[in-house]
Design a protein around this ligand. Structure first.
Ligand code: APR
Ligand code: MG
Length: 228
């Protein structure tokens, strides 16, 4: 369980907490990347409106609906199809740590649902063609690469994916689910995280390098005469 973890019953007993439910949809696959690298599992996440990676789902009001009903409602908006999520798909609840007193009362509930490969493909198609949130709150579904590529510095795949930015505790939810469901081994995950840290440091350097010319450009455009 991620830090801040609590049981579903404890979470629902909190009088003034807000609740959000998210789900990891996944399947097995026999497909191979480039005909040789086993993809093993299709795991869905999404690029959110705020530029962060997260899981489909959203805010639920337990006084009006069960957590699972609320989550299914959110999935219809974000994925454009009915995906019944059941109590048995529940994995963890977590109090989201935050400096603001309002957000500190947010509890996220996390579910995992196994599907057939063809159902995952249907979800991806519906998310683009039928979801009301497409292009607004959801900018696109993404598959999580679970393999690590050896070429090009050895970080392609899971290490690079993990080095991106995630909403709240979504990265911990992903790591926890991958281990619990045995979609990757603890050794694979450890290696991928160590490589992700190196990639992150490199990204930080290249952002620093990009900042200097951007600052220079900003100064020049402010100095430029304004023609009306
Ligand atoms: N871990 C922690 N917090 C998370 C996670 C996560 N894995 N995923 C989402 N959150 C937070 C979000 O930052 C948000 O505050 O949970 C809350 C609800 O999740 P969303 O999926 O963003 O909610 P949704 O109901 O889909 O609404 C989208 O519309 O009203 C606005 O700002 C509101 O973020 C909300 C957005
Ligand atoms: Mg959402």
């Amino acid at each position: 369980m991620t830090s801040g973890g609590l049981s579903k019953a404890e979470a629902l007993a909190c009088p003034d907490c807000r609740h959000a439910c998210h789900v990891m949809l996944y399947s097995d696959t026999k497909a191979r990347l480039f005909g040789r690298i086993p993809i093993r599992h299709l795991v869905l996440m999404q690029m959110r409106f705020d530029g962060l990676l997260g899981f489909p789902g959203g805010l639920v009001d337990p006084s009006k609906e069960t957590l699972e009903e609320g989550l299914s409602r959110e999935l219809l908006e974000e994925l454009g199809m009915e995906i019944p999520v059941l109590a048995e798909d529940y994995l963890t609840s977590c109090r989201v740590p935050s400096s603001s007193s309002l957000s500190s009362r947010l509890i996220t509930h996390f579910y995992v649902k196994k599907m057939e490969e063809r159902q995952i493909e249907e979800v991806e198609k519906a998310a683009v063609s039928a979801a009301t949130d497409h292009g607004q709150e959801v900018l696109g579904m993404v598959r999580v690469p679970l393999y690590t590529m050896r070429g090009g510095g050895g970080g392609g795949g899971l290490p690079s994916f993990l080095s991106h930015s995630f909403i709240g505790t979504a990265r911990s939810q992903l790591l926890d689910a991958l281990l619990r469901l045995r979609l990757v081994t603890p050794q694979e995950l450890h290696r991928a995280l160590a490589r992700a840290l190196e990639i992150h440091a490199h990204t930080s350097e290249s952002l620093q390098a990009a900042l200097a010319p951007a600052e220079e450009q900003g100064k020049r455009s402010c100095d430029a005469p304004v023609h009306v």
